[in-house]
Design a protein around this ligand. Structure first.
Ligand code: ARG
Length: 566
């Protein structure tokens, strides 16, 4: 709506040849506290200096030279130093409601992305290691950005990439063979992670251990030892299987799952090609790149014993992504602690004259901490997904049972899960991905705060009104909108622009913050206005129903499901 005010003012100012830039004009536009002063106002004080005229006279002259204005306005008038813009509220609201009723789940989507094929790589747990709370953050951001990109017309390929070879697997297998070989491996995330943690603790204490681990690492790569091959394959597959439940709960489905083991061979080849091209060199047996830019340091591609590192594998992965999947854009959602690695990767792609080096984007994801400290699967004081989730669902259940004493068991499970996921995802999506967060349970589940459950509650509240009514006849155009109703409708009207903004900035927090503001306005309306039984029932039901639709679409983009009842 702001845009209409901006365009109108800009056009007039241009006519008068005043020297002021667009952003300045935009920042001057106000929403008056008192609606008798219009829906928007443009103060002319700032122009007084430039035009060397009293502000009131400027307002008058702007109004006089304005000519015709967009039909969303009923009137534009001068008051003192202000131009006051009065919307044709009825028309604006009527059109908005009609549009949401026609477009439903598609309200807000657009073609801006022009069917660009984009690969979004996210989540990336490693086999034989914990899927921990930090992984939820990357997964939530990835799923949300995938949905936002699709809503803007792109074709998204959701990609996962797991380390299933390399030193950490060698450590795991070492520990398993030495201390647990009588146990039958199982797809139990906790069991798998505990062996890795044990390995990390024991290896530094035993003299020959690291040597043995190196030997296993070499054998995993060369595939020369059938016994190790068999353990590797079996436990790798069980790890992968243990993620199925997690992704189902997080409501994410990958189109492709890459593994480090698939890119090892090609990674080595690329490393050798880079030596030939003099981009890399052999240094004390290892293959390395020494970057000109001192900040980028040295990147080791192959170890002395010829085994391949994470770095070289990522070069091979980039190649597969573009060649095999014909993508036009590649987004990497990776932990912020790997920023240097990603910068080195992108720089190397550039040095290799990789055609698509400029089509790669990195979104760093910072840590999630619980109030008790950092979580990391290396040190063992990590918080596993399953442990974390059990606690959250238990907490959510207590709340549901208090509100709904007769709820059936199955329904209780389902509702508690949706509420938990909403609380967790929303707390992770509402902030900048590159800032650490401390996840506090009580805060994230608070029904009165800026939380996922608050949004779900607002949705359920709207649903309950609709369900209790005999909704609904067509919207009849003879309503007189009040301030709260207008505010709510104008906020809904912003949604399509917010969708574009979050796409351009690749930032789900735009959608999150919007959902919160929208719900706040709805709740203010709800507390001050009766819907059922009021003489404006027909109009208000349509308005509530439109709100329900817009909030649902907005939450969908965050990867959050709605509930008809809380
Ligand atoms: N699996 C890796 C890890 O846990 C993250 C993978 C990130 N993606 C990539 N293309 N390097 O550290």
């Amino acid at each position: 709506m702001n845009d209409f005010v901006f365009e109108t003012v800009k056009k007039t100012i241009k006519k008068l040849k005043v020297n002021i830039n667009d952003n300045e004009i935009k920042s001057l536009i106000e929403v008056p506290k008192d609606y008798s002063r219009g829906d928007f106002a443009f103060p002319c004080f700032a122009l007084a200096k430039i035009m060397k005229m009293p502000p009131h006279e400027i307002a008058v002259s702007l109004r006089e030279s304005m000519g015709s204005f967009p039909s969303v306005f009923k009137d534009i008038s001068v008051e003192g130093a202000y131009l006051n813009f009065f919307l044709d509220r009825k028309k604006v609201i009527y059109d908005l409601i009609k549009r949401t009723e026609k477009e439903k789940d598609n309200f807000g989507n657009n073609e801006m992305g022009k069917e660009t094929v984009t690969m979004i790589e996210f989540s990336q747990p490693n086999t034989h290691k914990a899927f921990h709370v930090g992984h939820i953050r990357g997964t939530s951001i990835g799923e949300s950005l995938s949905r936002i990109s699709e809503y803007n017309g792109e074709k998204v390929i959701r990609a996962n990439y797991s380390g299933d070879t390399g030193m950490h697997i060698a450590k795991w297998i070492w520990c398993y063979r030495k201390y647990h070989s009588r146990e039958e491996p199982r797809d139990d995330e906790k069991w798998i992670a505990s062996i890795y943690v044990e390995a990390i603790k024991k290896i530094p204490k035993l003299k020959t251990a690291q040597k043995e681990v190196d030997e296993i690492n070499r054998k995993i790569e060369s595939k020369e030892d059938p016994e190790i091959n068999a353990i590797w394959e079996k436990t790798r597959n069980l790890s992968i299987k243990s993620w199925e439940k997690i992704y189902k709960e997080l409501d994410t489905d990958f189109n492709v799952h890459f593994f480090e083991s698939e890119v090892e061979k090609r990674g080595k080849e690329i490393a050798m090609e880079l030596v030939k091209k003099k981009i890399a060199k052999i240094d004390d047996g290892a293959t390395i790149i020494k970057f000109e830019d001192k900040n980028l340091g040295t990147w080791v591609l192959l170890r002395k014993d010829g085994t391949v590192l994470y770095s070289a594998k990522d070069l091979a992965l980039a190649e597969i992504k573009f060649k095999k999947y014909n993508i036009e854009k590649s987004i990497y959602i990776i932990g912020a602690e790997q920023s240097l690695h990603v910068t080195q990767l992108f720089k190397t792609l550039e040095l290799m004259k990789f055609k698509n080096a400029d089509k790669c984007r990195f979104i760093p994801v910072s840590e999630v901490r619980l109030p008790t400290g950092k979580m990391s699967s290396r040190t063992g004081d990590n918080v596993l997904y399953s442990e974390f989730m059990e606690e959250m669902v238990k907490f959510a259940k207590e709340g549901v049972k208090k509100r709904d004493k007769k709820i059936a068991k199955k329904e209780l499970e389902e509702r508690a899960l949706v509420i938990s996921i909403a609380a967790i995802k929303y707390s992770m999506l509402k902030q900048d991905s590159n800032r650490n967060i401390i996840f506090r349970k009580e805060e994230s589940f608070n029904f009165d705060g800026n939380t996922g459950p608050y949004l779900l509650y607002s949705y359920a509240r709207a649903s309950s009104i609709i369900n209790k009514s005999k909704f609904m006849g067509d919207l009849s155009p003879d309503f007189e909108p009040e301030d709260k109703e207008t505010q709510l409708a104008l906020k809904m009207k912003e949604f399509p622009d917010i969708v574009k903004k979050s796409y351009e900035s690749l930032d789900p927090s735009e959608i999150a913050n919007y959902s919160y503001e929208l719900s706040k306005i709805f709740n203010e309306f709800y507390h001050s206005s009766e819907v059922l039984g009021s003489d404006k029932e027909n109009f208000r039901l349509h308005l509530v129903n439109a709100f329900r639709q817009v909030l649902k679409n907005s939450l969908y983009l965050l990867g959050i499901k709605v509930l008809e009842k809380m």
